[in-house]
Design a protein around this ligand. Sequence first.
Ligand SMILES: Nc1ncnc2c1ncn2[C@@H]1O[C@H](COP(=O)(O)OP(=O)(O)OP(=O)(O)O)[C@@H](O)[C@H]1O
Ligand SMILES: [Mg+2]
Length: 270
Amino acid sequence: MNKQEILKMGLSTNGKEKNSAIAISGFNVWINDVHILNNINLHIPNKKITCIIGPSGGGKSTLIRSINRINDEVPDMTIKGNIQFNGKPIYAPSIDVANLRTQIGMVFQKPCVFPKSIKENVLFGVQHLKKIDKHERLQLTEENLKAASLWKEVAHRLNDKASSLSLGQQQRLCIARTLAVKPQIILLDEPTSSLDPVSARAIENMMLELKEQYTIVFVTHNIQQAKRIADHLVFICEGKIIEQGAATKIFAKPSHPQTRAYLNDEFCEC
Ligand SMILES: Nc1ncnc2c1ncn2[C@@H]1O[C@H](COP(=O)(O)OP(=O)(O)OP(=O)(O)O)[C@@H](O)[C@H]1O
Ligand SMILES: [Mg+2]
């Protein structure tokens, strides 16, 4: 990012982020000695949608899974560099990882509902965090299903099994469950890739509403989808950030030939 782009994003240029929720600097990941992420430098702006695009195997999932430390479970992984959340290093020994994950929620490619009712799924995470009475349970269920644009479809069947919902509804339920914990950031790894176009659009529209309250990081292979929702765009190829910046600018005039090739659906050699 050049200085002008940094200023346009509302960030300061002295290395201290003014308006970024996440600041990643010199971040590297090796798995089994294979260099998966190579010197990643990235600011994720607050209350905007950042879309991460790039060829398969380029490191998109590894990057977002590093942001809430889900990657900690990967054996033989080595990391170097820094990821800061609200100005604090998330890999510091003093960080409470469970607490970090309540503030940085994640939605996966395939909807992952628990074998419980729709209502129990919404409340699954939040009830571990605080004691909630019957009235609050209903209130939280309604509030979060509404935020995830699912309420109208399920209001009459909250005690039905979550697995009885369609895939698109299950994915919205997973989003409701994530929202119920009140995170600051929502990471989504190809959340619509297993859904039909109508369900995918419902999730896109929801993201556009949710960005007023949340910082959203959205991995997608779908360039048209990124065009519709991204404020900030990051293009990753073979573990490196090739280009990042305002989405409208990159879509109109990418600076790098690799980005141009990828956006034009051509073979991209990084
Ligand atoms: N647990 C793991 N063990 C070994 N290698 C891994 C592991 N996780 C990821 N990798 C490797 O890291 C590289 C990046 O994978 P990653 O899943 O981050 O890519 P991606 O950009 O998300 O790809 P896709 O678009 O296909 O989802 C790949 O070569 C992958 O095989
Ligand atoms: Mg992936």
